[in-house]
Design a protein around this ligand. Structure first.
Ligand SMILES: [Zn+2]
Ligand SMILES: [Zn+2]
Length: 339
């Protein structure tokens, strides 16, 4: 399903022949989910090249590989029929940033659901029946026992939340720490559950009482002191995040992925409180694999599957995007090919 610009319905294209490069993997999509950034794009609030196949949260099955075959993140060869999720980013693995471990900022970065159709083929986004995965994609095999609703958001929300919590854990021992999360979207809720599983006491702040209620099922509760870690997952509470963190604390900004007014910074206050501010965008291959392992393990205790409020046929994509943008929309709406 090709998006041609704001205000236009999606167009269906057929891709009759797919030429796989040596290490490419062709995946048949089982389920994709609509992320907030897809909504921002179709609303014209976020610059994107067109024509474009949107979508970067999916689970699918390997149906073909290039002549050289391809490996999962764990180093084992991928086989036809493997159920997988894959990274939003495609990294070269050899530039200075990739060598530093910043693969999500590769000098020649590709991104599923973000790159113009034609630049690297047509099957470049999740909102299609198939995706052509290129060399440099982190591909993670996933258990059959997890629902597609749990797995599809792994490659955006869950892995990003994992990266945000992991970043905080570099500064602060989370076991026994107090963690405040701003925003009870899927990144914030996931971060709450991950931090709680690391032994932190977690509170989630959100203007929506229903979302706050939901957060209690993702490990949030009351805390009795100022936070050691603040994870800003909404993009709307940066000022509050900086003001609220305790002495020696770390603020992880992860929700500011759309244009917004600059935020004033009280530098003296930050200095005197010994505050660390850091940004997290996307994640590494290892973080995606760890996020999937979390969903398959301790994460089963949390209601991740309920994030997908409805599943619609892929061909209903325009209505689904409109529903995802409506007030009171579920955390995610799924799109399923062949329905
Ligand atoms: Zn996303
Ligand atoms: Zn690179």
């Amino acid at each position: 399903m090709v998006w041609v610009g704001a205000g236009h319905p999606h167009e269906t294209i057929a891709v009759p022949g797919v030429a796989l490069a040596d290490r490419d993997v062709l995946v048949a999509v089982e389920l994709s989910t609509i992320c907030g950034s897809d909504v921002h794009t179709v609303q014209g609030r976020r610059a994107a090249p067109t024509p474009l196949v949107l979508g970067h949260e999916s689970v699918g099955r390997v149906i073909a590989t290039g002549d050289a075959g391809a490996d999962a993140v764990d180093g084992t060869p991928l086989r036809i029929g493997d159920r997988v999720v894959w990274s939003v980013t495609i990294a070269c693995g050899s530039c200075d940033r990739c060598h530093r471990g910043l693969t999500q900022k590769c000098r020649t970065l590709g991104k599923y659901g973000h790159d113009r159709v034609g630049a690297h083929g047509d099957l470049t986004g999740a909102f299609g029946t198939h995706v052509q995965l290129r060399d440099g994609t982190a591909i993670v095999r996933v258990p059959e026992s997890l629902s597609a609703a749990v797995l599809a958001p792994a490659s955006c929300a869950t892995a990003t939340a994992w990266a945000a919590v992991t970043r905080a854990a570099r500064d602060i021992e989370l076991d026994g720490a107090v963690v405040r999360v701003h925003g009870a979207g899927l990144v914030g809720l996931s971060a709450a559950a991950i931090a709680a599983e690391h032994g932190a006491a977690v509170e989630v702040l959100d203007p929506d009482p229903q979302r706050r209620e939901l957060a209690t099922r993702f490990g949030a509760g009351r805390v009795d002191r100022e936070p050691d870690v603040v994870i800003e997952a909404s993009g709307h509470a940066v000022t509050e995040a900086l003001a609220g963190v305790g002495v020696g604390g770390t603020v992880v900004l992860v929700g500011s992925v759309f244009p917004a007014e600059p935020v004033p910074v009280d530098a003296e206050s930050l200095v005197r409180r010994l505050v660390t501010i850091t940004g997290v965008h996307n994640y590494t291959a290892r973080e995606l694999a760890d996020a999937v392992a979390f969903l398959a393990g301790r994460g089963r205790a949390y209601p991740f599957g309920e994030a997908v409020g409805s599943v619609r046929p892929l061909l209903d994509i325009d209505a689904a995007l409109a529903a995802a943008a409506a007030p009171g929309a579920p955390l995610r709406i799924g799109l399923q090919p062949g329905r």
